[in-house]
Design a protein around this ligand. Structure first.
Ligand code: ATP
Ligand code: PAF
Length: 313
C-alpha cells in the first residue's frame, strides 16, 4: 500500500572500539568492533510529493500538468535538521538510490552531530526506511540497510554504524560489511547510559589517515570481548583501545579518570563498568551512574532494545 508520508526512528550508536576495513565495494567495506545503541536517536520523517507514488487502482487522475508522472522523483525536495535547512550527504545518496529525490526530509535529534553518535548513519537509515514506505518502493529491511550502509561508507562518515543501528542492543560487528556480507553478534545486556559531549572529531579525517595502529588495537579489543561478552569487558577493552589507538582526547581522559576515582570511593566497592570514549567524537559515555557520581551533568538514556524501525508519527 502506498502512503505519502512515513516516519522512522533510528537509535544513536556509540562505537566503543573498531578496526577499519575499507574496500572498493561499499557493501564489503565496513568495520569490526562493538558499541552500544541508544534510546536517544534520530527521527526521520519523509514526505513524498504528490504524484510521486503510484496512484491506487481506480483513483481519480489528477489534472494534467499539475503533478509528476507516477513514480518519478520530481524536483529536489528539502531537508531540514532540527527545523533548519541542512544536508547530510548520506541521506541525499539514499534518496537518489530509492528514486526519491523529490522527498522532503525532516531529521530531528537531540544528539550532537559529529560527536560520535552516528547521527549521519542514523539519518541515512531512517531516510531509507521512511522513503521506502512513503514512496512504496517495496524494498526489504536488508535492502534498505545495504543502501544506507553504502551511502554512509561512500561519504566517508562511518563504517559500521548503520548495521549496528539496524540491529539495536549492544552490537558486536564480527565481520565488516552490509547484510549478506558482514556478520553481527551482540552482548545480551541492558543498562542506563550517561554521556557528555565536549565537541566534534572528524570521522573523515581519522578514517582518511593511517588506520594500521588503530585497527590492530581494535582487533585486540574484539578478541577480548569475544572471549568474555559482558559489558564490563566491553568498557575495559574500549578504554585500552582509545589509549592504544592514540585517539584519547584530554577532556575525555579526565572524565574517565574522574569516574574511576568516584567508583573507588563509592560504597559499592568499585565494580562499576566505568566510562570510555565514543568513537569518533570528543565524547565520554558511561554505563550506570559513573558520570553523575563523578559530578558531571550528563545526558541520560538507555541501551536501545529494538533497532531501527518505522513509527506511527
Ligand atoms: N550542523 C552540522 N554539524 C556537523 N555535520 C553536519 C551538520 N549538518 C549536517 N552535517 C552533515 O552531517 C554529517 C555528519 O557526519 P559525521 O560522521 O561527522 O557525524 P556523525 O554521523 O554524527 O557521527 P560520528 O561522529 O559517529 O561519525 C556530515 O555529512 C555533515 O556534512
Ligand atoms: C568509523 C566509526 C567509528 C565512525 O563513527 C564507526 O562508523 C564504526 O565503528 O565503524
Amino acid at each position: 500500500m502506498s502512503s505519502q508520508r512515513a516516519t522512522a526512528f533510528v537509535p544513536g550508536h556509540v562505537t566503543a572500539f573498531f578496526s577499519a576495513h575499507p574496500a572498493d565495494d561499499p557493501a564489503v567495506a565496513g568495520s569490526r568492533g562493538a558499541g552500544v545503541t541508544l534510546t536517544d536517536g534520530v527521527t526521520v520523517r519523509v514526505s513524498a510529493p504528490e504524484g510521486a507514488v503510484d496512484a491506487p487502482e481506480g483513483a481519480v487522475d489528477a489534472p494534467e500538468g499539475t503533478v509528476d508522472a507516477p513514480g518519478s522523483a520530481g524536483d529536489a525536495g528539502e531537508t531540514t535538521i532540527d527545523g533548519e535547512a541542512g544536508s547530510i550527504g548520506a541521506v541525499d545518496d539514499v534518496l537518489a538510490e530509492l528514486d526519491a529525490l523529490g522527498a522532503d526530509v525532516a531529521v530531528e535529534t537531540d544528539l550532537p552531530i559529529g560527536a560520535g553518535f552516528g547521527v549521519s548513519g542514523a539519518a541515512a537509515l531512517g531516510a531509507a526506511l521512511a522513503a521506502n514506505e512513503a514512496f512504496d518502493r517495496g524494498c526489504s529491511e536488508n535492502d534498505l540497510v545495504r543502501i544506507a550502509h553504502a551511502a554512509e561508507v561512500g561519504r566517508g562518515t562511518g563504517l559500521g554504524d548503520v548495521v549496528a543501528q539496524a540491529r539495536g542492543g549492544v552490537p558486536v560487528r564480527l565481520e565488516p560489511g552490509a547484510p549478506g556480507v558482514g556478520e553481527l553478534d551482540g552482548v545480551p545486556a541492558t543498562a542506563r547510559v550517561e554521556y557528555v559531549a565536549f565537541g566534534e572529531l572528524s570521522t573523515e579525517e581519522v578514517l582518511g589517515g593511517d588506520t594500521t595502529a588503530l585497527s590492530a588495537a581494535g582487533a585486540e579489543a574484539l578478541d577480548r570481548l569475544r572471549a568474555d561478552p559482558r559489558l564490563p569487558t566491553l568498557m575495559n577493552a574500549a578504554r585500552a583501545f582509545a589509549r592504544d589507538a592514540d585517539l584519547l582526547v584530554s577532556e575525555v581522559e579526565t572524565a574517565i579518570e574522574a569516574v574511576e576515582s568516584a567508583d573507588d570511593e563509592g560504597t559499592e566497592g568499585g565494580d562499576d563498568p566505568g566510562a570510555a570514549m565514543a568513537m569518533l567524537g570528543r565524547t565520554v559515555f558511561a554505563l550506570g551512574t559513573g558520570l553523575s557520581d563523578a559530578g558531571y551533568d550528563p545526558e541520560v538514556c538507555r541501551i536501545d532494545a529494538a533497532g531501527a524501525r518505522l513509527v506511527d508519527r
